[in-house]
Design a protein around this ligand. Structure first.
Ligand code: ZN
Length: 293
């Protein structure tokens, strides 16, 4: 299963990528990590990258592609990979396509995590951090409890907003993201690779939609890591999805087969299931963790 995940800042892409890593057993290839690792190792590519970065220049696409090529030669990518942070524009998408063709490892799917931008702006601009204990709250989804005291000061938390979490900045960030990604989306749609999933609602539900879109059974682990409800109200009815999730739990220890990720099967299951259900008993607290961006 070779996939690219696309999602706006705040769409929960990082969380879902992490879940894919855990449940599908394929590595996440982050170009940022590759760059840092190459620089740290002092490889030839790393040396060139460091020169570019120290000179205040952007690291060349060909350099990044070289690192991806190197990384894809490692054995853990034999069953697939999740590409994160690349491609970011059309030129990179073309270059990646050529590289993966040459390596005979073409993409199986490109998944776009779709979220309502107004909702994202609302969510991000609701974020507050306690200046004393550092805890992250969201005034919309996880405000401090009534009368809650800061463990550091024994007074109420001193809530502050990060300067780039205000509405205007977030809106601009999303606008730029949209402008850059739109052509990518068209590019992959034209190749029949694009799967669009609704990324609103509980993280577990989004993971289920992702699994359906990929045509891969992703088992839910016992422990639910990360959380975040965009629209807790969007999932009131129990449905077939919930039943499927329940029956899936019995086999959760087994690694899912990746051979089932053919794009045709995936296409069939990629229908956007808007706000179908949340697994009964799963946490509906809707905490927005500080790490999610
Ligand atoms: Zn505090």
């Amino acid at each position: 299963m070779r996939i690219v995940l696309l999602g706006a800042p705040g769409s929960g892409k990082g969380t879902q990528a992490q879940r894919l890593v855990e449940r599908a057993g394929i590595p996440q290839i982050s170009t940022g990590d590759l760059l840092r690792a190459a620089v740290a190792r002092g490889s030839e590519l790393g040396r060139q990258a460091r020169e570019a970065m120290e000179g205040g220049r952007l690291v060349d696409d060909s350099l990044v592609l070289g690192m991806i090529r190197e990384r894809l030669g490692e054995p853990d990518t034999r069953r697939g990979f999740i590409l994160d942070g690349f491609p970011r524009n059309l030129a990179q998408a073309h270059a990646l396509e050529r590289l993966l063709e040459a390596l005979q490892q073409p993409l199986d799917a490109v998944v776009q995590l779709e979220v309502d931008y107004r909702e994202l702006v609302r969510r991000i601009s609701g974020r507050r951090t306690c200046a004393d204990c550092g805890r992250v709250f969201n005034m919309l989804t996880s405000p401090p409890a009534a009368g809650e005291l800061c463990p550091k000061t024994a007074a109420p938390h001193r809530l502050t907003q990060r300067p780039d979490d205000n509405e205007a900045t977030v809106t601009e960030r999303l606008r730029v993201y949209d402008e850059k990604t739109r052509p990518l989306i068209d590019f992959y749609r034209a190749r029949g690779l694009l799967r669009v999933i609704d990324a609103e609602g509980h993280v577990d539900e989004v993971t289920r939609r992702l699994a359906r879109a990929l045509g891969a059974p992703l088992r839910a682990p016992r422990r639910t890591r990360g959380a975040g409800t965009v629209k807790a109200a969007a999932s009131k009815r129990a449905s077939a999805g919930a039943a499927r999730a329940r029956s899936g739990r019995t086999a959760r220890r087994k690694r899912p087969s990746l051979r089932s990720s053919r794009s045709k099967a995936a296409a069939k299951t990629a229908r956007v299931a808007r706000g179908k259900s949340r697994r009964p008993g799963s946490s509906g607290r809707g905490r927005l963790k500080g790490k999610r961006r």
